[in-house]
Design a protein around this ligand. Structure first.
Ligand code: SF4
Length: 509
């Protein structure tokens, strides 16, 4: 480089040439022609949704509409449009009515659906929760289409539960005394509220404030009722801890989430046909455990498709005595894992200070008298039995005077005033048969497919549709939200497996 030139290549004092830039004119007015039909491509999924929804029987959605041709009154939005808007929005991970209303103003796919109109968010929000029977019917209609396309066989259905966060925070869970204090304050606020028309605020704001306080009072009253239910259903082990209910969503329950954390949630039960991973039944429950959920799930599938699945595949959370009996009665073959047996007995004995030499293996069973004989030669007689899961637990006990006079008492039954007891667990005939079936290679091969099928829709609904947390509160509304998400999932599968291949074939021919 020459000594008198800088790194820019310019000599000292030399000015660089001016760059010619494009001007941004924000003052101009433009009138652009918009051809609505060309806002989206021919293979855009929004066209598929409109086509599918338009081909369904939507009569249940029209029943409650009061705006009739030839009679005074404003026209209403067509349910075909509102359904299509919600389905497309869920598909894109949008679950807010306000967001859809905003998107209608500028997003080409929403503009194509509405013909450049903007649908008010109140209309969208009310429609989502206001037509439960029509939505159930719509879900069944779509299953009919999928069944016609050969995507559902009901030969094998994988069933699973997944926890979805409620629209409430963990901090909203309060004890009875706190809820009563909050309720008293809310009632005082309601009593002090004046006439909205005489408020200094605008009438709209005043009415909104009154509505908010009344809703808060209602939620607190519901939370106190929910608290009674929670207390009534609690096990003896958890009675010491005071029950809590959410003041935000009284129907939510604290559950263990997939990430290992506890939080207010609902348990969503999804049945998936193994043929093409189509959801054939969906329900929501407040029960944290899945133990009692398979029988209602099979009923839901039968209600939707008119027949029960031939076989259901579940994980260890569903396999218990009651479910085995119910499936046998319904003539549904159940494949599943048995609940894991944990080393509870040795742990409990260790905690009580029992020496390993006096663990159950050291006692001899005599079938002729149905009793045990302890290492000191004393008899433990049968005391009673209890059925848990798919096992029968039989309890045997030694006489108090035998143990109190025994030299081994400190090692065998320390600190107890009763005689030493022993529990013998026997598998029920149903469990024995189930265990034998599950040891066959065929059953094990079927079980291996479970996770791939059952967890596919769960992951799709959470990751693509975004249903990681509900936007609505209460069991009825979260059931509706789950149904919208599963309906969207099924329509996405129809687009993927039927509509797209057909369009491709048409384009190539
Ligand atoms: S404490 Fe009772 S059960 Fe245990 S060895 Fe002695 S007599 Fe038998």
């Amino acid at each position: 480089m020459e000594k008198d030139k800088s790194w820019t290549g310019l000599s000292k004092g030399e000015q660089p040439p001016r760059v010619r830039r494009k001007e941004i004119n924000r003052q101009q007015l433009l009138l652009r022609p918009v051809e609505v039909e060309k806002l989206v491509d021919l293979d855009h999924p929004v066209r598929a949704i409109w086509e599918l929804v338009g081909g369904l029987n939507l009569d249940p959605s029209y029943v409650e509409i009061e705006s009739i041709e030839g009679v005074a009154g404003r026209p209403v939005w067509d349910p075909q449009l509102l359904i299509s808007l919600w389905i497309y929005a869920y598909k894109e991970g949008v679950s807010s009515a306000r967001e859809i209303a905003r998107l209608c103003a500028y997003h080409p796919a929403y503009q194509w659906l509405t013909g450049l109109e903007v649908v008010n968010y109140h209309t969208l929000a009310d429609f989502r929760i206001g037509h439960q029977e029509a939505l159930d019917q719509l879900f069944i209609e779509v299953l009919g289409v999928l069944s016609y396309e050969g995507l559902i066989t009901l030969e094998r259905v994988m069933h699973d539960g997944t926890k979805v966060k409620a629209y409430a925070s963990s901090k909203s869970f309060r004890r009875k005394t706190t809820l009563e204090d909050h309720l008293r304050l809310a009632r005082e606020q309601v009593a002090q509220m004046g006439d909205p028309e005489s408020e200094e605020w605008s009438q709209r704001v005043a009415k909104a404030r009154q509505r908010a306080v009344r809703e808060k009072q209602q939620r607190l009253e519901e939370a106190l009722k929910a608290l009674e239910e929670i207390e009534a259903s609690r096990s003896k082990a958890s009675e010491k801890e005071k029950a809590r209910a959410s003041s935000t969503d009284p129907e939510a329950r604290v559950m263990l989430q997939g990430n290992g954390a506890y939080g207010p949630s609902y348990n969503i039960q999804i049945s998936t046909d193994a043929q093409s991973k189509i959801i054939v039944g969906v329900g929501a429950t407040q029960a944290s455990a899945d133990a009692a959920e398979l029988e209602p799930a099979v009923d839901r599938v039968e209600g939707n498709l008119g027949q029960r699945p031939k076989q259901v595949v579940v994980d260890g959370g569903f396999t218990n005595q009651a479910t085995m009996e119910a499936m046998a009665e319904m003539q549904v073959d159940m494949i599943g894992a048995l609940p894991e047996r944990r080393g509870v007995v040795p742990n409990r004995l260790e905690q009580r200070g029992v020496s390993p030499e006096f663990y159950p293996e050291a006692f001899t069973y005599d079938a002729s008298t149905d009793s045990y004989r302890c290492p000191a030669g004393k008899v433990l007689k049968f005391e009673g039995e209890q059925q848990q899961s798919a096992s029968l637990h039989r309890r045997y006990r030694a006489k108090v005077r035998d143990c109190q006079g025994c030299a081994f008492q400190a090692q065998c039954c320390p600190g107890t005033k009763k005689g030493r007891s022993l529990v013998r667990s026997e598998a029920t005939p149903e469990r024995v048969a189930f265990q034998a079936k599950m040891e066959t290679p065929e059953a094990q091969a079927i079980y291996k497919q479970r996770a791939g099928v059952a967890e596919f829709p769960n992951a799709w609904i959470k990751d693509k549709i975004g249903l990681r947390q509900f936007r609505l509160r209460g069991l009825v509304k979260v059931t509706l939200e789950s149904l919208w998400a599963c309906l969207t999932y099924n329509i996405c599968q129809w687009i993927r497996l039927c509509w797209n291949p057909r369009r491709l074939a048409q384009a190539q021919s």
